[in-house]
Design a protein around this ligand. Sequence first.
Ligand code: 5GP
Ligand code: MN
Length: 327
Amino acid sequence: MQLSEVKSLIENQSKVFIVTHKNPDGDAMGSSLGLASVLRKKGCAVTVVAPTEYPDFLKWIVGDDTVKVWGEHSDEIKKSAEEADLLFCLDFNALHRIDEVGELVSVAKGKKVMIDHHQQPEAFADYMISDTSASSTAEMVYAFVESIDLDYLIDGDAGEALYCGIMTDTGSFRFPSTTSRTHRITANIIEKGANHSMVYRRIFESNTEATLRVIGHCMSTMELMNEEGVAIIKISKADHYKLKIKKGDTEGVVNYGLTMPHIKCSAFFREDKGIVKISFRSKDDYDVNSFAREYFNGGGHVNAAGGMSKDSLDATIEYFKSIIKNK
Ligand code: 5GP
Ligand code: MN
């Protein structure tokens, strides 16, 4: 499939289905709703799908009230996937990352476009835009919209959605993936009317009491493997009850480990519904993507990845330590 075909499907005001990864983050929701805004302005009928719920601090983005969440709106999602002429898969590299929605996408007859920056993408789309060096999918969505000459449709609202994706995935423009192109695109977004300090406040000044208590708790129970440069942060099921933790309250906790200069890898283990969900963050060439793939059935990026384990919390952490010691 050629880019010109994607462009003409959009110009013909097609039915569009946009889906992003489960447990959507700022880039997932920002890139999806940013693209949705532009395509709606062009006259397309757009359905935006989240495979699971997502945190409240992302619920201000324009178009959020139209998002269909699997489980809550499954019938509408099935119908939209069947009827779509064009399906966009944003910010994920393999269909298993969208759970049951993946089956709908794989049998859908519309053309599929992937826009993503994760490592080792699977070839499930008709048109694949994969750039593992891109700071964020939102940055790639901006470049894509420009490539089909629709950037004039990016207004302040769409800009704020994309800014949210770029800002969150670059750690507020700090990670090495932040390039001059990132800043140029961001500058354009601001010129188009995006209120960047509003976006910052919505995302980073949205802490609940629970979030701050969680950070305190996690820092006091953090284990350090100083020689190996590894920090281990954990939350048990009992902590969930005790600290009244809701989805999103633990967001970003993993990053604190890396603020010590000698720590190269921070791992966050969270006991959740019978499994342990793991987040990895690292610095420089410490590759947590391969690590998560090899040992924890996951993946992601070189410096930010996730995985899971079906063992207990303690057993998972012991296993992790043994791998690190033999690394
Ligand atoms: P987080 O730790 O914020 O959940 O995820 C960090 C990065 O790794 C994100 O880019 C996310 O998409 C990816 N990631 C998280 N969990 C998994 C997983 O289980 N499998 C894969 N392939 N990627 C994951
Ligand atoms: Mn992303």
